[in-house]
Design a protein around this ligand. Sequence first.
Ligand SMILES: [Zn+2]
Length: 58
Amino acid sequence: MFTACEEHIDMAIDEFIFTYEEPPELRLIEELSVADDLHSKCQFCGAPTKYIVTKEVE
Ligand SMILES: [Zn+2]
C-alpha cells in the first residue's frame, strides 16, 4: 500500500505496479473510515495524504 498527495499519485501508482505487478485500486482517503490508522503523509514529499493506492479488495 502506498500513500500519496495529489501531486505524487502518479509516482505512487508507478511504485505500486513496479512492486506488485498488478494494477492498483485508488481510494480517496476521505472515503476511508480507517483513515486514522493509515499513514497520514505522502510517502514522496510528506504532504497530507490524499490518495491510498492499494490492492483491490474483493
Ligand atoms: Zn507528495
